[in-house]
Write a protein that binds this ligand. Structure first.
Ligand code: PGA
Length: 338
């Protein structure tokens, strides 16, 4: 009798309640969850209350205006995510059995790749029209958080961290160049020293940005300190400010693609530049890639280089993409291709 009283009858929960719980737990907000689900806020609250009754413990708690997951909520969320992912995977396997690649593909990319990846998605969607894509563009720090939280299928980033257990492979060069306004006194000069460049007023991305990290490392390794002028939160804002003569910057050369302001900018010839970096595609090792994600991965590996060469054609000063995509790297935690 008592035993039965203490037992959690989670099997009585409906799939809908679990879905609602997952969305609320992701946003930690009833309002945003209700918006996402096209439900009213009271409906969301009632469903969660019923779920908590079934579990026999609170799943969320409110402190001030913020809500948090309780320990029971954290445990339930792990289970719910596994269940929902399993169902999603099953759906895609069935589509594949039927010979149709259909389903959802969630990709998160760092800001420098936002010029390139959407261009690649065009032909990909043409080949697989049944695929529904969600593309999130964010900076490196936020992207790594998403990877840890397992929010997306695939991630595109400029510098894989060592501490995360993930499968990662370079797929395209991502050269970083020094940009100045086209009428800057250093524009057109040859072999400018890094020390000279460090004296120029620098426009930098926000901290947490991979672009900023790579720039700081470059100067730090040479024992130089950047003459920091201003922080701006996007590549576009930086390019405009550079074109306006506020200072110089270091950005991925891909940010110049298809860009009108590119005519107002000059790539400076500085020793040690371009910084030769790569873009990497990654996913967490625990993840079982969906059929759709595998199709995109293959497409990316095969089509990136020809596509980049096409979209960069005629871009004055753009460094050539001469490196072959490198090899898969194994992190300390032992990356494996699943
Ligand atoms: P960011 O990353 O968008 O965080 O600057 C770019 C990169 O690491 O190449």
């Amino acid at each position: 009798m008592t035993d039965n009283f203490n037992k959690t009858h989670i099997k009585n929960a409906t799939l809908r309640q679990l879905q609602i719980f997952e969305v609320v737990a992701r946003h930690l907000s009833y309002t945003r969850a209700a918006e996402d689900l096209y439900l009213t806020q009271p409906t969301v609250s009632i469903q969660l209350k019923q779920l908590a009754d079934i579990v026999g413990m609170p799943l969320l708690e409110q402190v001030g205006k913020r809500i948090f997951l309780t320990d029971a909520g954290v445990e339930l969320l792990k289970v719910v995510r596994t269940v929902l992912e399993g169902l999603c995977h099953f759906e895609m396997t069935i589509s594949d059995m039927k010979g149709v690649k259909a389903g959802k593909l969630r990709i998160a990319v760092i800001t420098t790749a936002k010029y390139f990846v959407p261009r690649l998605l065009g032909p990909f969607c043409e080949r697989y029209p049944g695929i529904d894509i969600a593309l999130k563009v964010t900076n490196r720090e936020r992207l790594l958080q998403r990877l840890e939280e397992n929010e997306d299928d695939l991630y595109i980033l400029g510098q894989p961290p060592e501490h995360l257990d993930m499968w990662v492979e370079p797929f395209l060069e991502n050269p970083m160049v020094v940009l100045a306004s086209h009428n800057h006194p250093l524009a057109g000069q040859k072999n400018i020293s890094a020390a000279r460049i460090a004296q120029e007023p620098f426009l930098m991305r926000e901290s947490g940005s991979g672009t900023r990290l790579a720039t700081e490392n470059f100067f730090h390794e040479r024992g130089l300190t950047i003459n920091f002028r201003m922080e701006l939160g996007s590549n576009e804002a930086i390019k405009q400010a550079v074109a306006g003569g506020l200072g110089i910057t270091v950005l991925s050369a891909h940010t110049l693609a298809l860009e009108k302001s590119a005519d107002e900018l000059a790539i400076l010839d500085v020793e040690g530049f371009p910084i030769r970096r790569q873009w990497y595609v990654a996913y967490s090792t625990g993840k079982q890639l969906s059929v759709v994600a595998k199709a995109f991965l293959e497409f990316l590996q095969k089509e990136s280089k020809p596509m980049a060469e096409r979209y960069m054609q005629g871009m004055p000063g753009f460094p050539s993409l001469e490196n072959e995509p490198g090899k898969k790297i194994k992190s300390k935690s032992g990356n494996k291709k699943n």
